[in-house]
Ligand binder design. Structure first.
Ligand code: 5AD
Ligand code: SF4
Length: 434
């Protein structure tokens, strides 16, 4: 049986697709690169905003058009746990099986049971212990390897569906994570990105995230360690020191703000206020002034007024993030916000706010990127082409900024090169090899 997997959403889903590939290969399934060639099509789905779910449903219908009815289509990931009843009950939705993020070991039997019965099969049970720590992800090379060190989330931010789709927090042991990092280094990977829904809540046998990062950095051959996504509430000085001082840990922190207003942050159950967030940023900058900072922001959370939104604008101005991912609030079924707060900020208001913030952030990103012009930076090559040109290659600097440069010098994916930055836009740096 030939399987094709398409991945939507976050980096955890990218990693999970590698886990699924490994599980299916063990059972003698063959992996193929296109839906056309496949007997079984898996869509690894995201449920974090309505748009993400809508995209997947549209894709299912488009895939069915390609097909003579014999292909099996399965949805895996976050949509199955969040929309289980609708996905199963909707007779017009042409899918064959669904599996949640903790049920990937059951995929071969779900596929088989569907083949025998012809009925939609389903396993969306969440586990308190599943970490797939014994599964070696099937990776296809490149500069970066993902390692999920914890799964699930116990924070219950009121807007977020993740605690329901991915269940409770659980962490792998330090030894097990370090063994995976060693395997990556032995396979030639130069960079690992340590993943978790709430990565700095990592906790195993009394060891915290700062300890884990240090241990991973001892693995020979690895040159860069990144991590995502942390929560501002779990940023003790010990972690800040590791990020600021450990030479292998990249000087970049993605620090989701969500809102700059303390009343809205409270309604979101973020457990920090505007001043706490600003104080943390000051502290980060006092340890490492040039730390690259990026963030996530939601505009139009229920009851957010213009004055409260102005606080978010104020924080964005004061922090000067290198980049920000800004989203309109999207009500998710089953979340605390969906139960308690009507989605009462109009679509027009949300649009007005997102446009305003994006315009401001673009100016800030441009100014921050322009400040790199003339500098020499270490770039890890990720791809030997860019979206726009096969004559260029691209990689990232330590602060995770995309750097585009003309190909040359026989350099390949995974190589580190010294690059002089010659130009910058709001989204990328341009440079030349020196
Ligand atoms: N609506 C809009 N954005 C959301 N996010 C999470 N849930 C929602 C939602 N219901 C955003 C947050 C989070 C990022 C991954 O997605 O900003 O940090
Ligand atoms: Fe969602 Fe909050 Fe958990 Fe992040 S920390 S996954 S936003 S509940």
């Amino acid at each position: 049986m030939k399987v094709y997997i398409e991945t939507y959403g976050c980096q955890m889903n990218e990693y999970d697709s590698e886990i699924v590939k490994s599980i299916l290969r063990e059972k003698a399934y063959a992996l193929v690169d296109s839906a056309e060639e496949a007997d079984i099509i898996l869509l690894n789905t995201c449920s974090v905003r309505e748009n993400a779910s809508r995209k997947v449903i549209a894709r299912v219908h488009a895939l069915r058009h390609l097909d003579d009815g014999r292909k099996k289509i399965g949805l895996i990931g976050c949509m199955p746990t969040n929309h289980r009843r609708d996905l199963i009950a909707d007779a017009k939705l042409p899918i064959d099986f669904i599996a949640g993020p903790d049920s990937y070991r059951r995929l071969p039997s779900l596929i088989e049971e569907n083949r025998v019965s012809g009925l939609k099969t389903c396993d969306v049970r969440l586990s308190r212990s599943e970490t797939y720590s014994d599964v070696h992800p099937f990776r296809t090379g490149g500069a970066n390897g993902w390692i999920a060190v914890m799964r699930g989330c116990d924070n219950f931010c009121t807007f977020c569906v993740v605690p329901y789709t991915r269940g409770r927090e659980r962490s792998r042991s330090v030894e097990n994570v370090v063994a995976e990092a060693r395997r990556l280094a032995a396979a030639g990977y130069k960079q690992v990105t340590v993943l978790g829904q709430n990565v700095n809540s990592y906790q195993h046998d009394g060891h915290d995230f700062a300890y884990l990062l240090d241990k991973i950095s001892e693995v020979e051959g690895l040159q860069r360690i990144r991590f995502t996504s942390p929560h501002p509430k779990d940023f003790p000085t010990s972690l800040l020191k590791v990020v600021a001082e450990n030479l292998k840990v990249c000087k970049h922190i993605h620090l989701p703000l969500q809102s700059g207003n303390s009343r809205i942050l409270d309604l979101m159950n973020r457990t920090y206020g505007k001043e706490d967030y600003l104080a943390l940023v000051d502290k980060i900058k006092s340890y490492y002034p040039a730390m690259a900072l990026t963030t996530d922001i939601i505009v139009g959370f229920p009851t957010e007024t213009d004055e409260e939104f102005a606080d978010t604008v104020d924080v964005v101005r004061r922090v000067q993030f290198d980049a920000a991912f800004i989203f309109k609030y999207s009500e998710r079924k089953g979340t605390i916000a969906a139960r308690k707060y009507p989605d009462d900020v109009s679509e027009e208001k949300k649009t007005e706010r997102i446009v305003r913030l994006n315009t401001l952030q673009k100016q800030i990103s441009l100014a921050k990127n322009k400040a790199h012009v003339g500098q020499v930076e270490d770039v890890l090559i990720e791809s030997l082409m860019t979206k726009k040109s096969p004559a260029d290659m691209q990689g990232r600097n330590d602060g995770n900024k995309l750097v585009i440069l003309p190909k040359g010098g026989g350099y390949d994916i995974g190589d580190f090169i010294k690059v002089r930055i010659t130009d910058a836009s709001a989204h990328v740096l341009k440079g030349v090899i020196i």
